[in-house]
Design a protein around this ligand. Structure first.
Ligand code: BGP
Length: 472
């Protein structure tokens, strides 16, 4: 559809950006915080530990002031479970509550809406030791954590996100360093989908508790959703793309929105003797819970072709979705797309088609909770960072949101990754995403001073003109 007249971005559109606790805060083991799986995992080669990260914990005032200077209407950040409950359950850490109280208040001081992710890849290490998501009790652990969050912050936080990228945890968890597979597991697929099931129920419970405790608040999931293309018009490739679409995408949204398992996914699990144990009560909880909106992380589409007998299971594109699954689909590169310096495909048009598809399936407002370009940036001697590549990337994606709005998709906001440079999931700080540059390297903390990148000034203008002026 070619539009001649574009509808404007809504007046109350949440222009902002995102971060996550373990990637930005530092202060990993101080002021009462317990270790999370991120603090105890094997450190990826070429990167350092997360003990300091970019020290947002101590510098949040300066950081929020810079976000306010850009004109942010929202800031999406996550709350570290172990800063609140060091052991995962039980004793609450007053200093953790105080930190997030301060962070939330600082946002509100500038009329920046805090959008809080409850769980972003940082399972408490103590709960990992108790079996993590493999245990049915994990549903109660998460419900307890959710209740503490709503009690303490619900008077000011109106927008909540449950679990960040549950689909990526299930698809490529080991790449992110967060999937806990108990020793002696014989059917890995079954184990992973059992954990996935517990997360689905935990999420549903959290949504219910939120609606009971905070009738004014809104809550939604935050999966990474992106269409899966067929590599060709061969009918076999189209079937493969449908297979991978349900495994990668629709499983999570069908469960969150309608409280049901997608039939194709279920059939795949049956085929592999991997159906999770699902109780009647689980289904009742899943059906009763309803999100108010959908948080969506989008980086790039995937492309697949029909799988052959000889294809083996494997991930070829880190926490993107380039995974070959026997019996389902084989991941291939899309020859029509260029890639980032880190090998991630760039597909702004795929953003629009993904948004259209999500909205026509679920009819819920969409909040973009991540999107962005990881790149090497250089700080010049006069304190500048020229990042035209990031501006281009963001511009092309915002253009597609604009078209999607004109298509009739209800869009709530755009919170790209990331507000400020932070530590990548497994590639250290050299892979930067922020509007704000942080002066540190992987193995040298340097000054940790903040600098405004060119994209900072560009985004400031985008926000000031409500998305009308996207020029450099
Ligand atoms: C998403 C995660 C983020 C973030 C982003 C970029 O999957 O939710 O935590 O890290 O991807 O990924 P990376 O840091 O690997 O480049």
């Amino acid at each position: 559809m070619l539009h001649k007249n574009l509808k404007p971005f809504p007046d109350d559109f949440f222009w902002g950006a995102s971060s996550s606790a373990y990637q930005v805060e530092g202060a990993a083991l101080i002021d009462g915080k317990g270790p999370s799986c991120q603090d105890v995992k094997e450190i990826p080669e070429g990167t350092s530990d997360l003990s300091v990260s970019v020290d947002h914990y101590h510098r949040y005032k300066e950081d929020i002031a810079l976000m306010a200077e850009m004109g942010f209407k929202s800031y999406r950040f996550s709350i570290s479970w172990t800063r609140i409950l060091p052991e995962g359950t039980g004793k609450v850490n007053a200093q953790g509550i105080e930190f997030y109280n301060n962070l939330i208040d600082e946002c509100l001081k500038y009329d920046i809406e805090p959008i809080v992710t409850m769980f972003h890849f940082d399972m408490p290490a103590a709960l990992d030791e108790r079996g993590s998501w493999s245990k049915r009790e994990s549903i109660d652990w998460f419900a307890e954590f959710a209740t503490v969050l709503f009690e303490n912050f619900g008077d000011r936080v109106k927008y909540w996100l449950t679990i960040n990228e549950q689909n990526m945890l299930t698809l490529v968890g080991p790449v992110i360093g967060t999937l806990h597979i108990p020793e002696g597991t014989t059917n890995k697929t079954k184990e992973i989908y059992q954990q996935n099931h517990h997360q689905l129920v935990a999420q549903a419970k959290a949504m219910q508790i939120c609606h009971q405790m905070l009738p004014q608040a809104k809550i939604g999931p935050a999966p990474n959703i992106a269409l899966v293309y067929a590599a060709s018009s061969k009918p076999e490739d189209v079937i493969a793309s449908q297979n991978f679409n349900v495994i990668r995408n629709w499983l999570y949204l069908d469960a969150a929105v309608y409280g049901v398992y997608n039939n194709l996914v279920w059939s795949y699990l049956e085929e592999n003797d991997a159906t999770p144990h699902v109780t009647k009560e689980d289904l009742t909880i899943m059906k009763a819970a309803k999100p108010d909106f959908l948080g969506i992380n989008y980086y790039n589409t995937a492309t697949v072709e029909a799988v052959s007998e000889s294809d083996v299971d494997g991930v070829t594109g880190d926490q993107q979705s380039r995974r070959t699954i026997p019996g389902i689909a084989k991941a291939v590169l899309n020859p029509n797309l260029v890639t980032t310096e880190f090998g991630w495909e760039i597909d702004p048009l795929g953003f629009r088609s993904t948004l259209r598809e999500i909205y026509s399936r679920y009819r819920l407002p969409i909040l973009i909770t991540e999107n962005g370009l990881g790149a090497y940036d250089t700080l010049t001697e006069d304190g500048k960072i020229h990042d035209p590549y990031r501006i281009d990337y963001l511009r092309h994606h915002i253009e597609q949101i604009h078209l999607a709005i004109t298509d009739g998709v209800e869009m709530m906001g755009y919170n790209p990754w990331s507000a400020i440079d932070l530590i990548s999931t497994h590639e250290g700080i050299k892979k930067r995403y922020g509007f704000i540059y942080v002066d540190r390297d992987d193995f040298d903390l340097k000054t940790l001073n903040r600098y405004r990148k060119d994209s900072f000034f560009w985004y400031q203008k985008v926000i000031a003109t409500k998305g009308q002026d996207l020029t450099n």
